[in-house]
Design a protein around this ligand. Structure first.
Ligand code: NAD
Ligand code: AHE
Ligand code: ZN
Length: 369
């Protein structure tokens, strides 16, 4: 079949809207009509050529929601008509990682996913006879896409696509990092670095679990009002304080934060986030994705004296099990999504979404097909 898609033909070039050929679902795969997709900073990072796994030409996008239109042989989990969220962190429930109960990082199809291919090592997408790479196993910047059945989460049918798609990455990542990875407890002091589409969800997760102080750190003063909408109690712009940001935050938290979260992808900020933690027990969670070649460092003494450095992918959420629950939390009013969708675009306008993100003018732009 044909599908309209925004293709990343080359790094650092705008996406091009073209009609692609899409092969139908094979054994264990499903065809999904994507109804809406968010634009996450990770899409921009890959398009900018900063991802060591970045491949071109490819169809980016990993924050979608849609409807199953066709299923391949042997598919039992979903049927045509089901509403689903594509999962860049699938859940096979059979691999060593899934069975460990210790991680959400299913390994069943990770190797081919990282090569931009389906599990049988081929692509379903092509343009003028040449294969186009999939992206993060999702490629939601295509109106139709093919996914393994273990890489879709079935969600309730009354959730609007335009907001539910954000649970395919940003909402689940931010809220999940608080609830699943850090396990923030009521009364804790929390510092969130980077108040974008992820950081604001960390803030609302911290508020949800009853954190006490929730301090937001961002270079963009417009983010103060945004943070406050979701439960931030204090705002710090590192450019506007006297002296060192770490010392400032340690002072503000009465000795250091119980939990800090990096939602910037900047390795200098990651170090600051660790060092702003309380001696003896503070936990710092790296969520931001750093560009290829970057490394983090700190004095080992920071760890010897009890600070803990952790990372979180997709908020530690088990794809098929936890994503539908996050959608329920939204539908039941426990968490908010609507105010964060600042821009709704057509597929033809998708490059505007990247521009708005780079200019710090959007929280989430969503393309509605
Ligand atoms: P965004 O562009 O919406 O927000 C980033 C925010 O960080 C902006 O408000 C910006 O002003 C702020 N910022 C940038 N540099 C800063 C600095 N030095 N100090 C303080 N604030 C700074 O991006 P997003 O969609 O929220 O994504 C944030 C990061 O999380 C990206 O690196 C993205 O790739 C990553 N991410 C990771 C996961 C995961 O599973 N680990 C999932 C989604 C996104
Ligand atoms: N491919 C990059 C790393 C990119 C990365 O860390 N991705 C996150 C999700 S970001 C979503 O917006 C993730 O889940 N990683 C786990 C995984 O298995 O990819 C690189 O550095 O090579
Ligand atoms: Zn993302």
């Amino acid at each position: 079949m044909k599908t309209r898609a925004a293709v990343a033909f080359e790094a650092k070039k705008p996406l091009e809207i073209v009609e692609l050929d899409l092969e139908g679902p094979k054994q264990g795969e499903v065809l999904v009509e994507i109804m809406a997709t968010g634009i996450c900073h990770t899409d921009a990072y890959t398009l900018d050529g900063l991802d060591s796994e970045g491949l071109f030409p490819s169809v980016l996008g990993h924050e979608g929601a849609g409807i199953v239109r066709e299923v391949g042989a042997g598919v039992t989990y979903v049927k045509p008509g089901d509403h689903v969220i594509p999962l860049y962190t699938p859940e096979c429930r059979q691999c060593k990682s899934c069975l460990s109960g210790k991680t959400n990082l299913c390994t069943a199809i990770r190797a081919t996913q990282g090569k931009g291919l389906m599990p049988d090592s081929t692509s379903r997408l092509s343009y003028k006879g040449q294969p186009i790479f999939h992206y993060m196993g999702c490629s939601t910047f295509s109106n139709f896409t093919v996914l393994p059945e273990i890489a879709v989460a079935k969600i309730r049918t009354d959730a609007p696509f335009k907001t539910a798609c954000y649970c395919g990455c940003g909402v689940t990542t931010g809220v999940g990092a608080v609830v699943n990875t850090a396990k923030v407890e009521p009364g804790a002091n929390v510092v969130v670095f980077g108040l974008g589409g992820i950081g604001l969800n960390v803030i609302q997760g911290a508020k949800l679990v009853g954190a006490d102080k929730i301090i937001g750190v961002d270079l963009n003063n417009d983010k103060k009002e945004w943070g406050e909408k979701f439960g931030m109690t204090d705002f710090v712009n590192p450019k506007e304080i006297d002296g060192d940001i770490v010392a400032h935050l340690v002072e503000l938290t009465g000795g250091g934060a119980d939990y800090t979260f990096d939602c910037t992808g900047n390795t200098t900020v990651m170090r600051q986030a660790l060092e702003a933690c309380h001696r003896g027990w503070g936990v710092s969670v790296v969520i931001g994705v750093a560009e290829a070649g970057k490394e983090i460092s700190t004095r080992p003494f920071q760890l010897v004296t009890g600070r803990v450095w952790k990372g979180s992918a997709f908020g530690g959420a088990r794809g098929r099990t936890d994503t539908p629950k996050i959608v329920d939390w939204y539908m039941n009013g426990k968490i908010q999504i609507d105010p964060m969708i600042t821009h709704t675009l057509t597929l033809e306008e998708i490059n505007k979404g990247f521009d708005l993100m780079h200019a710090g003018k959007s929280i989430r732009s969503v393309v509605v097909y």
